[in-house]
Design a protein around this ligand. Structure first.
Ligand code: UP5
Ligand code: MG
Length: 195
């Protein structure tokens, strides 16, 4: 895709800080298509006949990154389908979380407009995840998996944010505040970019 036809904003930040929550609000107000890489992987995991089901299930429980081929293909397919239906503005949530994914996506699908990056103390993420875990049914919302997800975030995903930041392509926002306050920061950041 050309970045004239399709515009992509990456939404990054540690586990459970509220990326999905903020994206859902933007879908309502600004008519973005929200693509959560984690949600696409969970759907693929459940899909009958998927050859990646077990691999995805294991990675999610261990908080490790599914090989990029799987995730990039799911995103490309989803963007293509939405684009056929006339959609052009995408929030890609929870991706790229490893350097190879960042390069592959931007070289083969489309260059992102910029990255919205949420900063959040681990303690706040932990509380939100444990609270959600009471009802989410997610296999990774337990203390063992959460600790592994935090490690992966620091070791593997932060370098992606640092890389985009070194190119001046990151908007940093804080998110240890109520949902609507955080959303106020998000809207301001987008409006300052004419969105
Ligand atoms: N909540 C939200 N905002 C709040 C606020 N301001 N104040 C108080 N509470 C707030 O929110 C989490 C909880 O917090 C909710 O209960 C919410 O009400 C509350 P949510 O919006 O769901 O947070 P989010 O950041 O989306 O958390 P999520 O758990 O989805 O983040 P992760 O990045 O960990 O999970 P994801 O689904 O992206 O990935 C899961 C796994 O998939 C990864 O660990 C990895 O194994 C795999 N994966 C890959 O391998 N490759 C990829 O590219 C992507 C994922
Ligand atoms: Mg999410």
């Amino acid at each position: 895709f050309s970045d004239k036809d399709v515009s992509v904003i990456f939404v990054l930040g540690g586990p459970g800080l509220g990326k999905g929550t903020q994206c859902a609000k933007l879908v309502n107000d600004k008519h973005f298509v929200h693509l959560s890489a984690g949600d696409l992987l969970r759907e693929e995991q459940k899909r009958e006949g998927s050859k990646y089901g077990e691999l995805i299930a294991q990675c999610i429980k261990d908080g490790t990154i599914v090989p990029q081929e799987v995730t990039v293909a799911l995103l490309e397919q989803a963007i293509g389908n939405e684009h056929k239906n006339g959609k052009s503005r995408f929030l890609v949530d929870g991706f790229p979380r490893k350097m190879d994914q960042a390069h592959t996506f931007e070289d083969t699908i489309v260059k992102s407009a910029f990255t919205l990056f949420f900063e959040c103390p681990e303690q706040v993420m932990l509380e939100r995840l444990l609270e959600r875990g009471k009802t989410s049914g997610r296999t990774d919302d337990n203390i063992e998996s959460i600790k592994k997800r935090f490690r992966t975030f620091v070791d593997t995903s932060m370098p992606v944010v640092d890389y985009f930041a070194s190119q001046g392509r990151v908007v940093k926002l804080r998110c240890d505040e109520p949902v609507d306050v955080v959303y106020g920061h998000v809207v301001k950041a987008l409006e300052s970019r004419g969105i």
